[in-house]
Write a protein that binds this ligand. Structure first.
Ligand code: GLY
Length: 410
């Protein structure tokens, strides 16, 4: 500014043509000044939110120093993470958040923390599979670690985990038994399980058996035919006959009702089918993901973030689920990357940006309230657990969505 004033003074004392030239320079400077002062561009607002996320993750990492305890939730009214052990289904998300924060910042202290929290989880790959969640536990931790470091020891753990997950496959049904411990159900398969196919697809390309690919493809096919309803909403849980494999019925576990639309289930489906199309090239998986995304968008309330279940009868008082928004945003960005048609690409990218933008407001970002990145997720409403609180997988998929968007824009 001082320089600009000096320039104007100098110009005033010179000839007409020089004055015209000086005026042009002054206009250029004014334009540059205007550009610098306009609101942040999309890219820099993503960078800002990522930087905010990195700082939150760093401060959480300084508070949690038992490497076999992973933050899962901040209970209502509290301001600290409540941690869980390695066998909890969410145990891979915290190391995953650390890897994403390292990816976003290049900060070596985050890499060291990510390694320390990832490595104890190797025992999950070695034990017999308690359930399908081994995919979340290992792919989010070791998977990101391997992608970012190429550490061969991580690859070995992932291959072992894929073989362990595959032991839950039932060829009569054509799907993985998601919750073997729930003895009241015969063979069950849940929509969330779509996400864990990524570990199998990855393993089949990285030294594991071709059978892992076949299991993953068949599981996605069985899910498409049974858990995806004709209106492209989804059941949470499918129950199957163990003798002849037929689909008995769809029910809910974490949603409002058997035939309602649990928001996170729909989001798992969008992401899971887009990823399955990426891995198999199957057009029906792509179509399924697009239609699930269209339904998800059509059901969003005015503020753009889903209620925990789109059919909660007390919808105006129902809690939100920021985690469903973050997962759906990742799935839609995957779709945007996979689609060739420019209009379709832009449709799903814009929808993802709308979700990310809304999550990036002060209503959903925790700011200084607590150590999480996002507020307002709902884990298990029917059980009265984790209602309208920060949950670690919301932070994980939000960081992923921001990183995906940053890459897509480069
Ligand atoms: N996989 C469990 C959930 O989405 O809550």
């Amino acid at each position: 500014m001082i320089q600009r004033i000096k320039l104007v003074k100098t110009c005033a004392a010179t000839s007409t043509s020089t004055r015209w030239f000086c005026k042009e320079i002054v206009s250029c400077l004014a334009l540059l000044c205007l550009i610098a002062c306009t609101p942040q561009s999309k890219e820099s607002s993503i960078d800002q939110t990522l930087a905010f996320g990195v700082e939150k993750v760093k401060s959480s990492a300084n508070m949690i120093t038992s490497y076999d305890r992973m933050p899962r939730r901040i209970p209502a009214g509290e301001t600290e993470w409540q941690t869980v052990g390695l066998h909890d289904w969410t145990s891979g998300f915290w190391p995953g958040v650390l890897w994403y924060a390292y990816e976003a910042s290049g900060d070596e202290s985050l890499k060291q923390a990510a390694e320390k929290f990832t490595e104890p989880l190797a025992i999950i790959a070695q034990s017999t599979a308690d359930d399908h969640d081994i995919g979340f536990q290992i792919y989010c931790s070791f998977g990101n670690g391997y992608r970012l470091t190429g550490n061969e020891a991580y690859k070995a753990v992932m291959l072992q985990a894929a073989d362990t997950l595959a032991t839950l496959y039932n060829p009569i049904v054509g799907s993985i038994h998601s919750w073997p411990k729930k003895k009241e159900f015969p063979h069950n398969t849940i929509i969330d399980n779509m996400m864990n196919l990524e570990l199998l697809f990855w393993a089949s390309k990285n030294g594991g058996s071709q059978q892992l690919y076949e299991i993953a493809e068949q599981h996605a096919e069985t899910t498409r035919k049974t858990l995806v309803r004709s209106d492209f909403t989804t059941y949470h849980v499918g129950l199957f006959d163990t003798l002849d494999g037929h689909f008995i019925k769809g029910i809910t576990h974490q949603g409002y009702a058997d035939d309602s639309q649990w928001a996170r289930g729909q989001a798992w489906g969008i992401y899971g089918f887009a990823m399955s199309h990426r891995e198999t090239g199957r057009a029906d998986f792509l179509e399924t993901s697009k239609k699930l995304a269209d339904v998800f968008m059509s059901l969003l309330p005015e503020d753009g973030i889903p209620y925990w279940d789109f059919n909660d009868p007390d919808i105006s008082h129902a809690p939100k689920d920021a985690s469903a928004a973050a997962i759906a945003a990742c799935g839609m960005l995957e779709l945007a990357e996979l689609l060739d048609d420019p209009q379709e690409k832009s449709k799903y990218k814009s929808a993802a940006i709308a979700l990310i933008d809304r999550l990036s407001t002060d209503e959903y970002l925790s700011r200084a309230q607590n150590p999480a990145i996002l507020l307002h997720s709902t884990g298990h409403k029917p059980k009265g657990k984790e209602i309208d609180v920060p949950i670690i997988y919301a932070d994980y998929y939000f960081m992923e969505a921001l990183l995906r968007l940053r890459k897509l824009d480069k």
